[in-house]
Design a protein around this ligand. Structure first.
Ligand SMILES: Cc1ncc(COP(=O)(O)O)c(C=O)c1O
Length: 478
């Protein structure tokens, strides 16, 4: 019997029907429907769904059956011209959208506080970036979003730009209120707008969330379904809604960049996440809002705790005066509370997009958070210096050396303290959030050094061209 719920999830329905046939596997994957797997039973039991492009199970790269149906439902929900399932995160979406709009040597305007996958896309496509560094957002103590005047300046500096690449909302949930005006200005010049909306797959479900970039007219939009919808890690979406970009071109690059054996577990999870968002009702939203408000109210009664609500109500920032986010995170983890990330100012929480009837342990969390904060105040040494707001880039800026020219240049490790004026040979990325503090090819200034020093002193985790213990970074030799 097919459940009503499954009829709305074609991938899950097809997989269930296939499983009922008790298939004997003489095909890949080698675990043979889980038979040979030695994984713990909880994981192994899912492997009977981990199949491949068998008869009736369609092909993600040439969808004509249940995957076409599932992607069409996704497209209907987000009101796109075409939507794609991604099995390698927003990372592959960002790569594909950049390949779809630019060739080597083309100029693209890029928001500087972007995820590393955007910078990797720049390097791989051979594009020449002109960066916009948004203003510091005082409320969240982070770099915010691009505003209309900045885009005007950037287009004047790069009138031949092939695309504008924005991040919206930011990792910290900052959306601003100029996205519509920004997109309009780009479209007046027929410049397509690509939006990394990795953190915004849920924006369409409720009234208090910022408007989605697609609804504001963006041409290509990427969603990490796994970040804010109940999808498995890596499960993501890419949407096209554009008179400037042909969806076929996007499909062409996804075909090259995604695995030829996409995971059916991930695709089932994407189908489920779409269905979750589609069926999200006003009652669900009201219940989410009530639970969220009660949680915030209770947090605010805790001594020393400051709570900040960014534009995206699924995000929350928590601070304890005198302590870094890193110190707070350590104490929270010791109590079993795992947050999204820490920075010099605060920790970032991603709230659950609850539906009616779901239970989330807010009450239990409050007790643990209270203990963590009490122990932090009692045991930890307060940070003597107040972290400073640092914007390292020019409002409109360029790399000193392009990624293409960087390849093949001689490099050396030098002390961070003598690096001012030199050119970084590779990016330095605090992770999470994965937004580079310094980009390969960028000329190092005092603010970069100040920012790096601040992060290192606070024991932040880095990826890239840095040796934290030796205080050294990799620079080019001219
Ligand atoms: C803004 C932003 N874009 C893209 C990505 C990459 O997404 P994924 O992990 O789905 O590949 C991330 C990941 O953290 C992100 O924060």
């Amino acid at each position: 019997m097919v459940l009503m719920r499954d009829m709305n999830r074609p991938v899950i329905q097809a997989l269930d029907e296939f499983k009922k046939r008790q298939p004997i596997s003489f095909h890949v994957p080698g675990h043979k429907n889980g038979l040979l797997s030695t994984l713990p039973e909880e994981i192994r039991s899912a492997l009977s769904y981990d199949v491949t492009e068998l008869s009736g199970l369609d092909d993600l790269h040439e969808p004509a059956g249940m995957l076409q149906d599932a992607e069409q439902r996704l497209s209907d929900l987000y009101q796109s011209d075409r939507s794609f399932f991604l099995v390698n995160g927003s990372t592959v979406g960002n790569l594909a959208m950049m390949f779809a709009v630019c060739s080597p040597g083309d100029t693209v305007i890029v928001q500087r506080n972007a995820h590393k996958s955007i910078f990797h896309a720049i390097e791989l496509t051979g594009a020449r970036p002109v960066f916009i560094t948004p203003d510091w957002d005082e409320e969240t103590q982070t770099i915010g979003t691009v505003h209309a005047l900045q885009i005007k300046k950037a287009i004047e500096a790069a009138p031949d730009a092939k695309a504008v690449v924005l991040t919206y909302p930011t990792y910290y949930g900052v959306a601003g209120n100029e996205m519509g005006a920004v997109i309009e200005q780009c479209h007046e010049r027929r410049i397509p707008v690509l939006v990394d909306e990795a953190h915004g797959a849920h924006l369409i479900v409720g009234r208090s969330f910022p408007p989605s970039a697609l609804s504001l007219g963006a041409d290509l939009v990427v969603h990490s379904a796994h970040k804010t919808l109940p999808a498995m890690t890596m499960a993501s979406f890419l949407h096209v809604r554009s008179s400037l970009i042909n969806p076929q071109k996007v499909a062409h690059y996804l075909n090259m960049l995604q695995s030829s054996s996409p995971s059916y577990l991930l695709m089932a999870s994407l189908d489920d996440a779409r269905s979750y968002a589609e069926s999200y009702s006003a009652e669900d939203y009201d219940m989410f809002w009530q639970e969220r408000s009660a949680f915030i109210q209770s947090l605010r009664t805790l001594s020393f705790v400051e709570v900040i609500e960014p534009d995206d109500s699924l995000k929350l920032l928590m601070r304890v005066e005198g302590f870094t986010g890193f110190a707070l995170l350590e104490k929270l983890e010791a109590e079993g509370i795992f947050v999204e990330l820490a920075d010099p100012f605060q920790v970032l929480l991603i709230l659950p997009l609850l539906k009616k009837g779901a239970h989330f342990p807010f009450e239990e969390s409050l007790g643990k958070i209270k203990t963590a904060v009490t122990l932090l105040k009692a045991e930890a040494v307060p940070d003597a210096t107040t972290p400073s707001a640092i914007i390292a880039g020019e409002e409109i800026g360029m790399l000193a050396v392009s990624p293409a020219d960087l390849t093949g240049m001689k490099t050396e490790w030098i002390s961070i303290d003598s690096a001012i004026g030199r050119v970084a040979a590779g990016s330095i990325i605090p992770y999470p959030p994965g937004i580079p503090l310094l980009l390969g090819g960028e000329q190092i200034n005092e603010r970069h050094v100040e920012w790096l020093t601040q992060y290192m002193r606070m024991n932040a985790k880095f990826q890239g061209a840095i040796q934290t213990e030796q205080r050294k970074i990799l620079v080019t030799i001219e």
